[in-house]
Design a protein around this ligand. Structure first.
Ligand code: ZN
Length: 331
């Protein structure tokens, strides 16, 4: 159904000539260590200069799909909004590390705390679209999906005065049965999507999809740029290492190792994602299944210190800039 086109290859000789090894060694390698050369000939320090996409899905704890059984949609408006405080903490962290990121904003949040979205944009971060209602795409009709996505895009563009060209689905819900959504995104004027998770999961996933950014073909035959959620290839296994629950649940060294392998062994950028509620250890607890509680509440207090470390160990910028750097986007 999806035929990912081959991503453009980096010119490694150009990459090497552009870079200043001693600086990189100071930043990223222990004193006295040599930058290793791997089997592909990509030096670790050279790869460490690859800019990766730092992304935040801007939503409140009560928008999360896994908690939906315990939080009826019509109670959202009566709940305490915690998204602004947590997002402000993330903005401060990014500022400390001189990083600009891409914020995939839920339309519902933009409607309720518009000043937050204006502030994110004013700080120079990219505003992208996370839909309006956080309904899983494969539970929507194409008509409803088109209507709500147009509504969210227009709202965000009106708030910021800037075009919104990137999209990420609620819970990565562009799967083989909802790939028609890619056509809708093209029709609405999006130039890139970041919703495909090339793994097997109970709520999302497209296990055979490409792992690196590239063009994907929508059912109509038209193409759109896709930045899939990042996975590391560890032996025969594809391991999700792109952030969120995986970042909180697994030890930091595991994520770091996976992300470094994408930069260093493959010479590719990765995308990292997080939600504001993932650094909010005091959020109200909701009675849901054991599995959902485990995924949602584990290591919330660990997340911010880990994030600090991640921001100091890898290079990040907006998703749009990374895709431009890869030659996949022109605007
Ligand atoms: Zn979401």
């Amino acid at each position: 159904m999806l035929n990912p086109g081959p991503p453009p290859e980096e010119d490694q000789s150009t990459m090497h000539s552009k870079l200043t090894l001693p600086v990189l060694r100071n930043e990223l390698e222990p004193a006295g260590s040599e930058a290793p050369t791997n089997s592909c000939g990509i030096r670790a320090a050279t790869a460490a200069r690859i800019a990766n996409a730092f992304t935040i899905d801007v939503e409140d704890y009560y928008h999360v799909s896994a908690l939906a059984p315990a939080i009826p949609r019509d109670t959202w408006k009566d709940r305490e909004s915690r998204v602004s405080a947590s997002t402000e903490r993330l903005l401060s962290l990014l500022d400390e590390h001189h990083v600009k990121g891409t914020f995939f904003v839920l339309g519902w949040v933009a409607d309720h705390v518009p000043q937050l979205i204006k502030r994110i944009a004013a700080l120079g971060h990219e505003i992208a679209c996370h839909g309006y209602s956080h309904e899983l795409i494969y539970r929507q009709s194409p008509e409803v999906f088109a209507e709500e996505t147009r509504r969210a895009k227009t709202l965000l563009e009106d708030l910021t005065g800037l075009p919104v060209v990137g999209y990420r689905a609620a819970s990565f819900s562009i799967t083989p049965r909802s790939s028609w959504a890619l056509d809708t995104l093209i029709e609405l004027g999006f130039t890139y999507d970041s919703s495909i998770f090339p793994v097997r999961h109970d709520r999302y996933g497209m296990p055979g999809a490409a792992r690196a950014p590239g063009l994907v073909q929508a059912p109509s035959g038209r193409q759109i740029v896709e930045f899939p959620m990042s996975t590391a290839q560890m032996g025969p296994l594809r391991v999700p290492v792109s952030g969120g629950g995986y970042f909180r649940l697994l030890p930091y060294w595991f994520t770091r190792r996976g992300l470094r392998s994408i930069n260093e062994r493959e010479g590719k950028p990765f995308t990292f994602y997080l939600h504001p509620w993932e650094i909010d250890a005091d959020q109200p607890r909701v009675e849901v299944s054991w599995l959902s509680r485990f995924r949602h509440y584990t290591n919330l207090s660990e997340c911010e210190p880990r994030l600090r470390r991640l921001l100091s160990e890898f290079r990040f910028t907006t998703m749009r800039k990374v895709l431009r750097g890869q030659g996949l986007l022109s605007g």
